[in-house]
Design a protein around this ligand. Structure first.
Ligand code: PLP
Length: 383
């Protein structure tokens, strides 16, 4: 696929032009329907086709960030003053919560409700009770949450939400279609921060909104066009290339993460490891049910032990310093190499444990990765 950098595309005559404008919100792939790159671009369409194959869905629309995909996905359900309450799970990306609070609630005046987990898992009875009382028009959930890696029983959430007539948007960024495809279980919309595993090299920012319903697609195409959320052709080209190796990369990241989580679980100065593949994780059984034996994602959160907060903080800081040449502190995830983030510094009061570190496990050689971590842990243990 060439990179079509054209802002506008040549049309042959008035009839073709009329036809192209009529088909603006259709899922058309014909060569003479391209008008203007903010509406539709052949290079972007080609990358969208790759995502449709992965999520097994009827349409996928790329945007220039995960946040613009979220804005698009949510905005197509907004219907002036007649919009009923929207229910968000509290364990979702912090940027999404800020968008919900600052844009949806404060600026657009929407009635926003939240659903909170108990003891690290979502209680289905409590959820059904909340949905039956709130009667939300929309439920918004992430398959695997961040940083506690709570796996939602999305299949069951969909059954409950549908019973009460709610539409469901699933952010599937952490699980990816390699582990689970929410649209095959009747989710209305799936979104991704493509910046993460789909592009997988920490070198571009993109998002995608996927679905099967035609009307939702038309609204999403219109909204993306109105606000100019379209992905650039250059980024789409790079994505189209990088996404070819998605399954290879992500399966390796998942297996590296499983091995590393087991290893970290046996280190005496590590107090706790959160990874859905470990039996100790509160949602381990749900992960087994949803993902089978394919993997449990590539994120791990762990907490350094210590006699007090100062010792924990000291161990965290020493670890970050000792591994810094190979494991960088980079506030993203899904990169080729393992990267880390100190949890308290990012989430503040929500997760105030000073010893906590979140790892985004890469697809580097596992032996090398364990060697770097064991070297640092040995030094910390030695004082
Ligand atoms: N959804 C999840 C789960 C994320 O982790 C992020 C970003 O970290 C986003 C959405 C937003 O994506 P982007 O940064 O590509 O806008």
């Amino acid at each position: 696929m060439p990179v079509y950098r054209d802002a506008g595309f040549e049309l042959t005559d008035a009839i073709t032009t009329e036809n192209a404008f009529k088909k603006e919100t259709e899922h058309s792939r014909e060569s003479d329907i391209y008008i203007y790159s903010r509406y539709r671009n052949p290079t972007v369409v080609s990358a969208e086709d790759e995502i449709m194959k992965l999520e097994e869905c009827a349409w996928a629309l790329l945007t220039q960030s995960g946040m613009s995909a979220i804005d698009t996905a949510l905005s197509i359900f907004q219907n002036g003053n007649s919009t009923r309450p929207w229910l968000f799970f509290t364990e979702i990306y912090g940027g999404t919560i800020s968008f919900v609070e600052s844009v949806l609630k404060t600026r657009r005046g929407l009635n926003i409700q939240y659903f909170t987990p108990d003891n690290g898992t979502y209680d289905p009875d409590k959820l059904e009770n909340a949905i039956s009382v709130i009667k939300p028009e929309l439920v918004y959930i992430e398959t695997i949450s961040n940083p506690m890696l709570i796996v939602a029983d999305v299949t069951n959430v969909l059954i409950i939400a549908k019973k009460y007539g709610a539409k469901v948007i699933v952010d599937n960024t952490f699980a990816t279609p390699y582990l689970y495809k929410p649209l095959t279980d009747n989710a209305d919309i799936v979104i991704h921060s493509v910046t993460k595993y789909f592009s997988g090299h920490g070198n571009l920012s993109a998002g995608v909104i996927c679905g099967n319903n035609d009307k939702m697609m038309q609204s999403a195409i219109e909204y993306r066009k109105f606000v100019g959320h379209m992905l650039s052709p250059d980024d789409a080209y790079r994505l189209q290339t990088q996404i070819q190796t998605f399954e290879l990369r992500f399966s390796r990241q998942c297996s590296n993460a499983s091995r590393l989580a087991e290893y970290l679980g046996n280190i005496p100065i590590i107090n706790m490891v959160w990874f859905p593949g470990l039996k100790s994780h509160p949602t381990h059984i749900i992960a087994e049910k949803l993902f089978g034996n394919k993997g449990n994602g590539a994120m791990i959160t762990f907490d350094f032990d210590g006699k007090d907060k100062n010792e924990k903080r000291g161990r965290r800081d020493m670890f970050i310093k000792l591994v810094s040449e190979k494991i960088k502190l980079i506030p993203t995830l899904g990169d080729p190499r393992t990267i880390l983030m100190p949890v308290e510094a990012v989430w503040g009061a929500k997760y105030p444990e000073p010893g906590m570190i979140r790892l985004s496990v890469g697809f580097e050689d596992y032996g090398e990765l364990e060697g770097i971590i064991s070297g640092a842990v040995d030094r910390i243990e030695a004082g």
